[in-house]
Design a protein around this ligand. Structure first.
Ligand code: ADP
Ligand code: MG
Length: 218
């Protein structure tokens, strides 16, 4: 009789559990169910365009079988002190700039770009071959500055959280990120989206938004 094997749980994010399939592949499964079809489509498009995303082997309901990435997240490397603030901020800004340089898959409007809308240090894996962007659940098409405003806002959410030792490093990263990208012009739009998709209540979100606005004003 063939023994039953239970795949090893590699990581649990906010929405998904990630299991090891074998040396080269992982299974990323949404805990709440759902359909990964759109996410898989954008990842395949980006990979074909030369953007650093994991290869998609299979997409089925809430399950994605992905190329396994090996390396720390940018968040882990930054907290350990292996990546400094300037390099971490520039890396996030550079990954955005490279994404927004690509033509959209659906729209032919030159001002419409592919957006990640959740590009923060936990969604960047530092592999030996270079940084790779994961977690394309929120990806869509729209104005590039909405994406950069969203990253600034997500960093500000951590920076304004009094209950985490990460607030100071997050604030430093936010300052560096805004220095690299320029002021967050589409902040109001990002805040509206984040009210629906993010973890914070209205008062906390307003606090984070105010920090980005203040820093953007110089
Ligand atoms: N392709 C992959 N290879 C190895 N680990 C991965 C891969 N994709 C995700 N992970 C791990 O799983 C965690 C959660 O994945 P993520 O896609 O960010 O889901 P969530 O929406 O839950 O944040 C990541 O922080 C990372 O540690
Ligand atoms: Mg994630």
């Amino acid at each position: 009789m063939k023994p039953v094997t239970v795949p090893a749980l590699l990581a649990s994010g906010r929405t998904a559990d990630v299991y090891l399939v074998d040396d080269r592949r992982v299974l990323r499964r949404y805990r709440a169910g759902g359909d990964v079809a759109a996410e898989a489509e954008v990842m395949r498009h980006l990979r074909a365009s030369g953007y650093p995303v994991p290869a998609v082997h299979r997409a089925d309901g809430p399950d994605l079988v992905l190329e396994r990435l090996v390396g720390p997240t940018l968040a882990e490397a930054y907290v350990r002190g292996d990546v400094d603030t300037t390099d971490g901020a520039r890396l996030l800004a550079d990954l955005h700039a490279r994404l927004h340089a690509l033509p959209a898959a659906r729209s032919s409007d030159p001002d419409v770009r592919i957006l990640h809308l959740d590009l923060h240090p936990e969604n960047v894996v530092l592999t030996p071959a270079g940084p790779v962007v994961i977690d394309w659940a929120n990806a869509t098409e729209g104005p590039a500055e909405l994406d950069t405003a969203m990253t600034a806002l997500i960093l500000a959410e951590v920076a304004t959280d009094r209950d985490t030792p990460l607030s100071t490093p997050a604030r430093e990263l936010l300052v560096g990120y805004l220095a690299a990208t320029g002021p967050a012009r589409l902040l109001a739009g990002a805040a509206t989206l984040r009210a629906d998709t993010g973890p914070l209540d209205a008062a906390r979100l307003a606090e984070a938004t105010a920090l980005v606005r203040g820093l953007s004003a110089g």
